[in-house]
Design a protein around this ligand. Sequence first.
Ligand code: MG
Length: 275
Amino acid sequence: MQTLVRITGDRLIMRPKVIFLADMESFYASVETSCNPSLRGKPVAVCGDPALRHGIILAASREAKAFGIKTGQPAWEARRLCPWVIFVHPRMQTYIDYSLHLTRIFEQFTDRVLPYSVDEQFLDLTGLENILGSPQKLAADINRRVWKETGIRCRIGMGENPLQAKMACDCFAKKCPNAFFELNGANYACRTWNLPVSSLFGVGHRMEPTWPVCHGKCFAAAGESTGKFYGLTLTGSIIPLLNRHRFTNKKESAIQRPCPGIIANRRRSSWFCWK
Ligand SMILES: [Mg+2]
């Protein structure tokens, strides 16, 4: 999305928006490690009490993930994969406190911060390049601040709208060594062409048997041009199109119902728009 940006004095130009999605790595496990530095470098998994049938892994540290431990696994399976894994009980209030601290850090860069979940926050940094530096520098500065103040690693996806930023983070930044990736009008189509359809934000794995191959091919199959696909993805209206082409049974579709989070966020902030 293009927006008017003031350069100097009365000079106004149209520029794409600069939207970041900052996502915390292994958030619950990172908070526990930050609170208890003796856990640093060890396989840590946050999970409930198996005796109370709450023994599901909620978060695993990077070291625990190296053993194959994943969110959603039962504790017994995690123990089988790594017998010396350290289980920690969740402390939601502490995680919320850390999340609020993160918001305060981000608000030192921009007044347009939108917490999207306990460990993900959108930032609108449009027009700040001349003051704070390039988006790459900004992302590095934000990462450094978050690490210094909380001991948590942060990954940042950048886009011209929140949808692109979210996909840049989930599909690319998490795998990048510098934990930053930018999707924009120039690289969006080629970078997302070969991704599975479930990598589209709002589309779940249940769609894959129906649209198994990739973004581009799924639209070719649906008789849509890549250009239309690209435009629809940018405007966030891809989901109704997918539904119209495939789903007749509402129960089959994981994306039929509007996401409550998106609606809540739309009400919360006037600057925030998925387009
Ligand atoms: Mg996260």
